[in-house]
Write a protein that binds this ligand. Sequence first.
Ligand SMILES: *Cc1c(COP(=O)(O)O)cnc(C)c1O
Length: 378
Amino acid sequence: MKKFRLLTPGPTAVPEETLLELAKPVFFHRTPEFRQILGEVIEDLQYLFRTKNTVIPLTSSGTGGLEAALVNCVPRGKKAICLISGRFGARWRAICQAFGIEAVSVEVPRGQAVAPAQLEQALRDHPDAVAVCCTLSETSTGVANDVEAFGKIVSATPALLLVDAISGLAAMECRTDDWHIDVCVTGSQKALMLPPGLAFVSVSDKAWKQIEANRPCAFYFDLKKARQKLATHDTPFTPAHTLIRALRVSLKRLRAEGIEQLWVRQKRIAEAARAGFKAMGLELFASRPADGLTVVKVPENIDGVELLNRLEKKYGLKIAGGQDDLKGKIFRLAHMGYIDQFDVLAALAGVELVLLEMGYPLEPGRGLAAAQKMLASA
Ligand SMILES: *Cc1c(COP(=O)(O)O)cnc(C)c1O
């Protein structure tokens, strides 16, 4: 029997051909062969980001990319507007605080998206803001923010738009250049189908101008230094080169499908997941849901922690719970990267079985049928 299915919104499952690449011996990285690999990976990333800008690889988890974006773009003592719809939006603010950047918070209740009008107001109140920080897919609540609308607003001002697209990029529509995203950040362990360890940031010309004018408070995450090395497909420090070699394999897989087709397929899977949970009588948590994960409220009288324990222990389905004060109140099912529609059907079936065991009134198969109908209708 299959012992385990990893269905959390990071880390996510890795395809077999990428795992095989990770099993190969370690090599030396300052060679023409590795430069060739790095060049290919950067080009495939530009394709996925939908950008002509430089995409810089960093050896860190996703948060390192967020830190790199902020400390390079915003000088100490200056202001950044942080649009906060959950834990990851709040991380932008925490990074600002760690580096002496003044964070202006625009915060909405958990489960909601930040309204573009709130951003307009914040920019009117703080015309001196150097950057606006936001989250495409807020992984703690399942909310998608309207980054396209944010981009229209911010591009008309001198401020830079910094986007945490860590669980959004390659999981849902994200057009870095068309949407005027100045710095777009993603990580390796979500939709890019790789273990954790790499972050990627794209940097627009508008952002480079700002970065060149600053004296960034960074050493390891100095983006100017990284750009200079990248010109010859090199890195300032030892890169996580075995991960980069494996990333090439995962990116080829994404590119073979095509990004627009991928967005359509992701949307369909997300719709199926949402229809399935709703048909079980469950409520979705996000008012404006993202396509890479579905977040569901745990029904009254059901112990959410116990629900996830049973799913994992009895059925090998690893779904994420809520974090902080949402612990036990929601669960979060990922459907991005290597997690496909049949994994979602497995998760729906597992949730039905466990809810039945826990005494929740349910007609078995209801959720599954609704999800299948949604898949069949597309
Ligand atoms: C996973 C995730 C992160 C960060 O991750 P680490 O890789 O743990 O540093 C940041 N933002 C969002 C939206 C995420 O989903």
